[in-house]
Design a protein around this ligand. Structure first.
Ligand code: CP
Length: 344
């Protein structure tokens, strides 16, 4: 394991970390997973508190953080922004909030050891990047680590669990393995870009040959795409974008098909829901079926969940032998414990 001191660091985006640091987090996560399975105590955060703000719903993230803090000997507080004093961005206090982030962050830092936040989509008017601004403002004022539980740009804790799962299924040396991050149809257009962006970013540290597949109009943030290109040059592997699901699936070792919205990423223009609906409906055929899986190299099927069955994927595939979705969700617990044990 790398000799890296991560104590006190924020975890807002995968981009802020290098491969050595990510390997340190993952090695700790694997170690804590082994201890969890064996029933060995590992109270590395005894008496410590994590404050969690959820502006959006959650099953996996909330429960993996709460259970994780308990298992590490600490405690997590679930805070609904509307039930406390809703923190606001500077200049937006009157719009939807009652207390400045500067004050909330500093007060909580007096009482605990970490602040975790989920914010994307509706609470920020579906303007790309506004959720990230909330996290950055918390990080600016809190002298304790701030953790991104999914904003509109990245879902870095999901990405850690994704790469853990890939390593468990395909081995830790991922060079030459073909990883496909694909768009998939959904009946709902309110899907942030965070998961696919986090997944291709983390894949770009580990030598994978990455294919991003989506219909025209579903482009991801160019900053993220450039980061992935630069990273594959630095760490090995490759990156390409295709506009055909079958082409992407051919000979893939890992497929991760999920829906995301078609959203401007300029940080100003909100999502046009009606335009998005029309574009989604024109691409209903982007569904993962047994026939599509047959094009792959017996690939594992991944999804962060919740999945839109019958739209993103058929039951046969998501419940089939190549699906790793439950282990992937379970790895949220271990990945976040590894992270929290090192930074908090
Ligand atoms: N994958 C994920 O973040 O799930 P939740 O929305 O249930 O937290």
């Amino acid at each position: 394991m790398a000799a890296t001191d991560l104590r006190g660091r924020d975890f807002l985006t995968i981009m802020d970390f290098d491969r050595e640091e990510l390997e340190t987090i993952l090695e700790t996560a694997f170690d804590l997973k082994r201890k969890f399975i064996r029933g060995e105590p590992h109270e590395l955060l005894k008496g410590k508190t994590l404050f969690m703000f959820f502006y959006n719903r959650s099953l996996r993230t909330r429960n993996s953080f709460e259970a994780g803090m308990t298992q590490l000997g600490g405690h997590a507080h679930y805070l609904e922004p509307e039930a406390v004093y809703t923190p606001a961005l500077p200049g937006e206090e009157k719009a939807y909030a009652t207390e400045r982030i500067a004050d909330v962050a500093r007060v909580l830092a007096e009482m605990g050891h970490g602040i975790a936040i989920r914010i994307y989509g509706k609470p920020t008017g579906w303007v790309y990047g506004k959720g990230r601004l909330v996290l950055q403002e918390f990080a600016r004022w809190a002298r304790i680590p701030v953790i991104n539980m999914e904003d509109d740009v990245d879902h870095p804790c999901q990405a850690l669990a994704d790469i853990m799962t890939i390593m468990e299924k395909c081995g830790t040396d991922l060079r030459g393995k073909r990883f496909v991050m694909s768009w998939a149809y959904s009946g709902s257009v309110e899907k942030p870009l965070a998961v696919p962006q986090g997944a291709i970013m983390i894949a770009s540290y580990f030598g994978l040959d990455i294919t991003l597949a989506h219909p025209k109009g579903f482009d991801l943030d160019p900053n993220i795409l450039n980061f992935v290109k630069r990273n594959t040059k630095k760490y090995g592997g490759s990156f390409k974008i295709v506009y055909d699901m079958d082409e992407a699936f051919k000979d893939a070792d890992i497929v991760y098909p999920k829906s995301w919205t078609c959203q401007p990423t300029d940080g100003k223009t909100p999502l046009d829901v009606e335009k998005a609906k029309a574009l989604f409906e024109a691409n209903r055929h982007w569904i993962t079926t047994v026939e599509k899986m047959k094009l792959t190299n017996d690939a594992i099927y991944m999804h962060c969940l919740p999945a839109d069955r019958g739209m993103e994927v058929t039951d046969e595939v998501i419940d089939g032998p190549n699906s790793v979705i439950i282990e992937q969700a379970g790895n949220r617990l271990h990945a976040q414990k590894g992270l929290m044990a090192l930074i908090m």
